[in-house]
Design a protein around this ligand. Structure first.
Ligand code: 5GP
Length: 210
């Protein structure tokens, strides 16, 4: 599924931050606030899913067809990849390695399958999972987005419950943030990442915890 990261990325002073969470939990908004406040780089994924209204090519995703995705994957150009809701998603390797080598904070907004793959290659990646306050609230938020019809909403809701369970048991997440109030959840995430960056600046690389 993936090749190990290069030495340049493994020995850099940059930090790889993973932000995951179920659809509708508000993770994209949190991710973009963290990106702005901490002057981070956002990793733009490639996907085979069709563009939705408002999606910007090269900003939100690189939209590719399946043969192109498979070619990138087979050439080792993806750091991780996964199939989510019948479409493929993957993280281009080169921008991540370049950001880490330059000592930057790079954010990957990816699902649990992707987070597991990244942590296997780069255990020092810092991973945050955004949780809804409870399941009825998540269902309400999915409906409130008015983006999908009810059958798609139910499919996303079922997958969300599975993803939350998997996130809690897979052992790759360093922290869980409950998004009850968006401003509070954003501030908590920024603070968590700030503290982690500060701790790493103080600790020699060899003593960093996973
Ligand atoms: P959406 O299509 O709604 O933007 O994203 C669907 C799901 O795919 C979300 O859980 C999102 O985090 C995940 N995702 C987006 N990009 C990637 C990626 O590059 N790799 C993986 N593993 N998941 C991704």
């Amino acid at each position: 599924m993936k090749k190990p990261m290069t030495n340049a990325a493994n020995t850099s002073k940059g930090m790889l931050l993973i932000i995951s969470g179920p659809s509708g939990v508000g993770k994209t908004t949190i991710t973009h606030h963290v990106e702005k406040q901490l002057h981070a780089v956002f990793s733009v994924s490639v996907t085979t899913r069709p563009k939705r209204p408002g999606d910007r090519e090269g900003v939100d995703y690189y939209f590719v067809d399946l043969p192109r995705f498979q070619q990138m994957r087979d050439m080792g150009q993806l750091l991780e990849w996964a199939k989510v809701f019948d479409h493929y998603y993957g993280t281009p390797r080169q921008p991540v390695e370049a950001a880490l080598a330059a000592g930057k904070l790079i954010i990957l907004e990816i699902d649990v399958q992707g987070a597991i793959q990244i942590k296997a290659q780069l255990p020092e990646a810092f991973a945050v999972f955004v949780l809804p306050p409870d399941e009825p609230t998540l269902l309400q938020r999915l409906r409130g987005r008015k983006r999908e019809d009810e059958s798609v909403i139910q499919e996303r809701f079922a997958r969300a419950s599975e993803e939350i369970a998997r996130a809690k048991t897979c052992g790759v997440y360093n922290a869980f943030v409950v998004n009850d109030d968006l401003a509070t959840a954003t501030a908590q995430t920024v603070e968590l990442v700030r503290r982690e960056l500060a701790a790493r600046r103080q600790a020699p690389a060899s003593t960093q915890r996973p």
